[in-house]
Design a protein around this ligand. Structure first.
Ligand code: PMP
Length: 426
């Protein structure tokens, strides 16, 4: 038995499923999760000393790669000064200013400790600000494990076939309306009947939690127009897309402004953080200014803000996104040419530095089409890559992430292994 297997046995005695977040348990692909010892750049090392080229990158936060030296310095310097004060700090103001420089739609922003918390707070704020109860979301989008949003949810919820979580009272779930992504007709119908009861519509502008899916041309603009018409707060959940598709996230990428924006992941460079922000008319409803309560012992944590400031400073460099995109385009072109050459029955969706290989030959445009994928084949593909030292998402219904630290050499090697593995499997 290797060290990961031993640790996993021990872990299962003490931690439900042996993990602190379900997808980590490898249930969707089988086998033993690798326990990780360290990361550097684009690589991970497990406790048995095996090295992996990492395409999970902590599920998104590590756009600079593991243990970026400047990040390490920024966080170490802060640790020496103290880890938490429960009082305001200059870095919270700095980070808020940086966030606002990225997202012109944000007048005011509040920091929290996770993406889930950001979304949960944004939904409560929307309800408080509008006096309405209903929330609209899209099938297969994941917005954290917020009670009202675990309705036809993506990510781990989709992976384990429990998109509607137990423990969410029907009285709460009934206020959530979930409709197919990319279906503006369905949205129009709902709004015609119930528009005046809807507090907010929340969307992953590029869904990445049913695997990566593109919005159809005009879909996001239509959502913007319809929410305005019905005076519904439009929440862009940019926990993944924020600072990834562009410095200003999907809003910059598509030229659309949300009323509220949820952020996380890259914002803390791998330390626990989240944020939600938007128009001041809405944000001023928050306590202590208004009647919507929201708080956090570790909100605006000094290490997380130090990491966030350092990350955003590096991303703000003019060339960052262009360089990353060039690398990704090179990788995508290699994969596309291999898929075409061998006529592999696989659909390759990608945008920016996010990508998913769906094991279905049909286009994937929503949750229904994503679910046509052959998940058993994906599991075999995943393990073949893992054995070759390439760490992909341990589920078909997730995005893979490319970072600044992935070199052209890394990506060339990965593309070769991917093609070789597909040849063997298909
Ligand atoms: N929203 C989106 C779009 C996400 O992808 C995630 C997490 N993957 C969340 C919210 C929840 O963030 P966290 O896991 O930090 O609570």
């Amino acid at each position: 038995m290797n060290q990961s297997q031993k640790l996993f046995q021990r872990a299962q005695k003490h931690i439900p499923g042996g993990v602190n977040s379900p997808v980590r348990a490898f249930r969707a692909v089988g086998g033993t999760p690798r326990f990780i010892e360290k990361g550097k750049g684009a690589y991970l090392w497990d406790v048995d000393g095996k090295r992996y080229l990492d395409f999970v990158m902590s599920w998104g936060p590590l756009i600079l790669g593991h243990a970026d030296p400047k990040m390490v310095r920024a966080v170490s310097n802060q640790v020496k000064k103290g880890t938490s004060f429960g009082a305001p700090t200059a870095n919270e103001v700095k980070l808020a200013e940086l966030i606002k420089s990225a997202f012109p739609s944000i007048d005011k922003v509040r920091l929290v400790s996770s993406g889930t918390e950001a979304v949960m707070s944004a939904v409560r704020l929307s309800r408080g600000a509008t006096g309405r109860k209903k929330v609209i979301k899209f099938d297969g989008c994941y917005h954290g494990h917020v009670d009202s949003l675990l309705v036809r949810a993506g990510s781990g919820a989709a992976t384990f076939g429990i998109p509607d979580s137990k423990g969410v009272p029907e009285e709460l779930a009934q206020h959530t309306i979930s409709i197919p992504y990319n279906d503006s007709g369905a949205l129009e119908k709902i709004l015609a009947k119930q528009g005046s009861q809807v507090a907010c519509l929340i969307v992953e502008p590029i869904p990445a939690n049913m695997g990566v899916v593109w919005p159809k041309a005009g879909f996001l603009k239509r959502i913007r127009t319809l929410t305005k018409k019905h005076r519904i707060i439009l929440i862009f959940d940019e926990v993944i897309t924020g600072f990834r598709l562009a410095f200003g996230g999907a809003q910059e990428f598509f030229g659309i402004e949300a009323d509220l924006t949820c952020l996380g992941k890259i914002l803390g460079g791998g330390l626990p953080i989240g944020a939600f922000g938007g128009k001041k008319e809405i944000m001023n409803h928050l306590s202590p200014l208004g009647g919507v309560y929201q708080a956090g012992t570790l909100s605006g944590n000094p290490m997380a803000t130090a990491a966030g400031i350092e990350t955003l400073k590096q991303l703000k460099g003019r060339r960052f996104y262009r360089d990353l995109q060039n690398k990704c385009d090179y990788f995508y072109a290699l994969i596309h040419s291999e898929l075409k050459k061998h006529s592999f029955p696989v659909t390759f969706n990608h945008v920016g530095s996010l990508f998913t290989l769906f094991f279905t030959p049909q286009a994937v445009t929503d949750f229904r089409s994503a679910k046509r994928s052959d998940t058993d084949r994906y599991a075999r593909f995943f393990h073949a890559l893992l054995n070759s030292g390439i760490y992909f998402a341990p589920s078909q219904f997730e995005a893979n992430f490319i970072s600044h630290a992935h070199s052209i050499l890394d990506l060339t090697r990965a593309a070769k292994f991917i093609s070789k593995t597909l040849s063997r499997l298909l």
